[in-house]
Ligand binder design. Structure first.
Ligand code: HEM
Length: 219
């Protein structure tokens, strides 16, 4: 007697899809939470233009405020760019928020290049942040050039790299809150954080991308 073929595949597919979506929402929820926490705790105090709020940055308060404004734009425009439902439905808005994101990066990085020359936290720290600025502008411009050339997959990858660097300043603070790091003297911990906050996440991102490419092209 022939038995009707039973296939559990559709249910498994739906379960995988639901778990995948839930993980994505959780991931972005955590990221936005830490982004907001950074903005409220670290960035907002600088919107009160007073010597007390700026400390050593007071002589260049205008530069820092412009930097923070650009950085904030990039930080909060980023998640919209990765939201595929929003992108599919509102492509025109996606293009505009993308331009705002790039504008934020250009403003944030150009001002960072100036501020970093006056940092009171030493050469190794300064070089770490200067290089971070170079990585920020490079990854973002690469994402822009890729989309100008209609290279969607490359655009997505470069946008992810760019946002990993954008989030670097939040990561910097999170690293500093870790118990075994917060105990280190400032002169050791700041240079380490200035490099680790973006170079390590960027490296991990690259490994994930290349792993996917290898898996896709293997026969
Ligand atoms: C991703 C590339 C970024 C670079 C290279 C960069 C660079 C810098 C530099 C050089 C300073 C001065 C620090 C010092 O001399 O000690 C600074 C300060 C600051 N930046 Fe950025 N920044 C970046 C992203 C961001 C973003 C996305 C935000 C978000 C709002 C941000 C907010 C701030 C704030 C609030 C300060 C004041 C110092 C503090 O209290 O931590 N930055 N940044």
């Amino acid at each position: 007697m022939a038995t009707a073929p039973t296939s559990p595949q559709p249910t498994k597919f739906i379960v995988d899809l639901t778990i995948g979506k839930a993980l994505k929402v959780l991931f972005w929820g955590v990221l936005i939470y830490f982004g907001l926490q950074f903005f409220i705790r670290t960035a907002v105090p600088y919107f009160t233009i007073a010597e007390d709020a700026y400390g050593p940055f007071w002589p260049r308060w205008g530069w820092l405020l412009t930097h923070i404004t650009g950085g904030t734009f990039a930080l909060f425009m980023g998640p919209f760019q990765f939201w595929s439902g929003f992108r599919r439905r509102y492509l025109r808005i996606h293009r505009w928020t993308g331009r705002l994101y790039l504008g934020g990066v250009l403003l944030g990085s150009s001002t960072a290049f100036y501020i970093v020359f006056f940092t009171p936290f030493g050469f190794a720290y300064g070089v770490g942040l200067f290089t971070m600025g170079v990585a920020w502008i490079t990854t973002s411009v690469m994402a822009f050039i890729a989309i100008q050339n209609r290279q969607i997959a490359a655009h997505k990858e470069w946008m992810i790299r760019s946002y990993v660097v954008t989030f670097g300043f939040v990561t910097f603070r999170l690293l500093g809150d870790l118990p075994f790091i917060s105990d280190l003297p400032l002169i050791e911990r700041f240079p380490m954080q200035a490099w680790a906050c973006w170079a390590i996440p960027l490296f991990v991102t690259e490994v994930i991308f290349q792993w996917k490419h290898i898996r896709r092209t293997s026969v």
